[in-house]
Design a protein around this ligand. Sequence first.
Ligand SMILES: Cc1ncc(COP(=O)(O)O)c(C=O)c1O
Length: 383
Amino acid sequence: MDSPLVAPPRPLPLFDLKSEQASFAAELRRRLDAVLAHCQFILGPEVAELEDRLAAYCGARHCIGVSSGTDALVIAFMAEGIGPGDAVFLPAFTYTATAEVPLLLGAKPVFVDIDPRTFQIDPADLVRRIETVRAAGTLRPRALIGVDLFGQPADWPALNAIATREGLFTLDDCAQSFGATLRNQRLGTLTDATAVSFFPTKPLGGYGDGGALFTESDERAALYRSLRSHGEGGTRYEVLRIGINGRLDTMQAAVLLARLTVFDTALATRERIARAYDRHLAGIVETPARVPESTSVWAIYSVLLPSSEARARAQAALKEAGIGSNIYYPRPLHLQPAYRDQHDGSPLPISEAIANRILALPMHPGLEEEDVARIAEVLRSAS
Ligand SMILES: Cc1ncc(COP(=O)(O)O)c(C=O)c1O
């Protein structure tokens, strides 16, 4: 007798933009049609509408739409005049954009280690690194870029206390974590400026590049608006300063307005999936620790394997089973060829150890509990 046909288990990609699109498809079509009808592709009405909605969403006074998360960081630093002779403190364990921005402007990145449980920048190491820079006497401690890694907030109460004491400008690299909260406050208002990315795979992503800056300062907001449009003044052809082409385009704003309608539901689903992972993975791999008094948007759900060999086995088994995974980040920045010469040799042992053991698992609102159980089973049999 023929054996009954059994459907193979469905592939589980790391991200799944297609399945998420289905949840706001009608609104997306309506929004895109509106842009096609008015044809104001640069700074059309959707950009201002999105800025108002996002500012209200996180309780910030100003939101300025820009062309990417990287340009948000660049514009924030241009506005402060950060450049040669300035030391900018930032975590060694982050995406390259965080560190390339100070270098693009002639400033020096100073790498800080991370907390081994939450993977966020370690305030105690920040204090040590500031002391080292002050003792060397060649650079002026000028700014801190704290990164809210993987969807969780950095320890902003501790970081802000240090920054205030040391007179540092605080820039929250919230590229991965828009929508997260700390002590019941949404990220966006906790620092001098907050930079967000709308890269498509972010929990609130567009369908191309995009970003935003948030600030409580009227002066900074005016500067950011000018800098994103070539340094323009009161009129388009009055040039007050050197700026960039850093505008958020209207199509992306339209996509984001549509995606915003399902954002809270998507975040609730991500939280449910994260909890399912915690339960199913207990005793198999080390699950991510929660930052106290916070909520996460779970941009990335990363676990720790016992060693790089165990991680390689796990990744191979997941691949074999049609399950996506990725390593964020396989090398801390101070060990990257582009940054090696920037580093003063201070030890960053936690960043190095975590880079060898970390592994991101599928995380998107299209996952079901049974998918999570299947992923856990594959990891269990590979361990
Ligand atoms: C921590 C961090 N900072 C900055 C960026 C840059 O954002 P974008 O790709 O929108 O320029 C990213 C993007 O992934 C990021 O993860």
